[in-house]
Design a protein around this ligand. Structure first.
Ligand code: SAH
Length: 381
């Protein structure tokens, strides 16, 4: 490698590599040396990727040692969460120095997602280690992300150890929630569970709208905290069906309406009226790379502006952004531009981010992605 990296960061770009010696297979673990011959680290290689090497360690350890130690560290980091939560993200890729690997725990079930060729080669070792260290009923691989095709990997969705249900129910505080193994990501969005709890002070007696609801995480919390009614919008029929199952299971019959629509179209039709006291916006990421920043900003502005119009004033807007390439500052600018166009004043009541089991490493800025705001929206006086 031709220069010393500034940060303790696992990525080595092709442009940083002066030469590659010896024979190797793509995805294999290789050693990295500085130009003066000093050992720099060990990681897996993929010359087809701009990030040619993803380091797993800066010490000369075996694959078994690396995986064991990184999994131990990841579990230790989350000890206090595991004590009180049935569901937890155990391993979050670069945030845990295990690039390409996501592991979520739902009670005694583990769901893993592998996104790189190098990590795919370590899969058996990872599964064996997880089973050894945790009290596991089943391990399911839900590797259906589109990024896999770039690594030459197909989709894999199957039980690798034991077996279990297609929809895994688990408790989160006093609610029953679910991970859908036929749904998105690893089945649920664990990154929003503490943010969903932050709506507590604002829910009582409110008429609410939960846009991009998935299986109803925010709606379930709003109803638990006393909301009068919730409308859930998502274009996935299956997600809404599971949401309904959960709404019933948790005793909220008669307090919800499900709308299977494209959220953009629906908000456009509705936003001439002020109908709701509280609106949640939790869209998917609108950009995969920095080149789509502008269109992502446009997308976020569109929905925030529509939601601001739809709110009774003063009302509560709960607005989230998981688009990694937009910074907190970028997203606040989007919110301010939306407020400007709508001629309202937006006052921040609460600002959240990703929970501690989705750790942000200061050395690895790419690990930071979630922005979460609860705002009061006032008519300008
Ligand atoms: N709020 C959820 C997570 C939402 S994930 C939670 O806390 O669990 C984003 C959701 O938006 C997915 O369920 C996806 O099906 C839905 N979605 C994406 N684009 C959409 C669109 N244009 N219209 C409606 N739903 C959409």
């Amino acid at each position: 490698m031709n220069k010393i990296k500034r940060n303790y960061h696992p990525w080595i770009y092709s442009t940083e590599i002066s030469k590659i010696d010896g024979e190797f297979e793509e995805g294999q673990i290789v050693d990295v040396f500085l130009q003066d011959g000093k050992f720099f680290g060990r990681g897996y290689i993929n010359t087809k990727s701009k990030i040619t090497i993803r380091l797993l360690t800066t010490q000369p350890k075996t694959a078994q040692q690396i995986i064991e130690e990184r999994i131990d560290q990841a579990i230790k980091r989350r000890e206090y969460i595991l004590r009180s939560e049935q569901a937890c993200r155990l391993i979050y890729s670069e945030s845990d120095w295990l690039a390409g690997l996501i592991v979520d725990k739902y009670d005694s079930y583990i769901v893993i997602q592998i996104n790189t060729l190098g990590m795919d080669k370590l899969k058996d070792l990872v599964v064996r280690t997880l089973v050894k260290k945790l009290n596991v009923t089943g391990v399911y691989e839900k590797s259906d992300s589109s990024v896999r095709s770039k690594e030459g990997l197909g989709q894999i969705c199957e039980w690798l150890y034991g077996t279990g249900p297609e929809v895994i129910f688990y408790r989160s505080e006093d609610l029953t929630l679910a991970a859908d193994l036929k749904g998105q990501k690893t089945g649920t969005f664990l990154d929003q569970r503490f943010n969903a709890r932050a709506v507590l002070p604002y829910a009582k007696d409110k008429a609410c709208l939960d846009v991009f609801s998935y299986t109803g995480n925010f709606s379930l919390h709003l109803l638990k905290y006393g909301a009068k009614h919730v409308k859930l919008i998502d274009y996935s029929e299956r997600s809404l069906q599971i949401a309904e199952q959960l709404l019933k299971l948790n005793g909220f019959d008669g307090k919800y309406e499900l709308i299977k629509e494209n959220a953009f179209d629906w908000l456009k039709q509705e936003s001439s009226q002020e109908k709701y006291d509280l609106i949640v916006l939790d869209p998917p990421s609108f950009a995969k790379s920095a080149s789509s920043r502008i269109s992502a900003q446009r997308g976020h502005k569109e929905i925030n502006l529509r939601a601001m119009k739809l709110l009774r004033k003063p009302g509560i807007l709960v607005s989230s952004c998981c688009t990694q390439v937009l910074s907190e500052q970028d997203f606040e600018q989007v919110l301010q531009d939306s407020a400007e166009d709508c001629k309202v004043q937006a006052c921040i009541l609460y600002r959240g981010s990703q929970p501690a089991d989705h750790p942000v490493l200061l050395d690895v800025p790419e690990t930071r992605y979630l922005k979460f705001y609860i705002m009061q929206i006032w008519r300008r006086a």
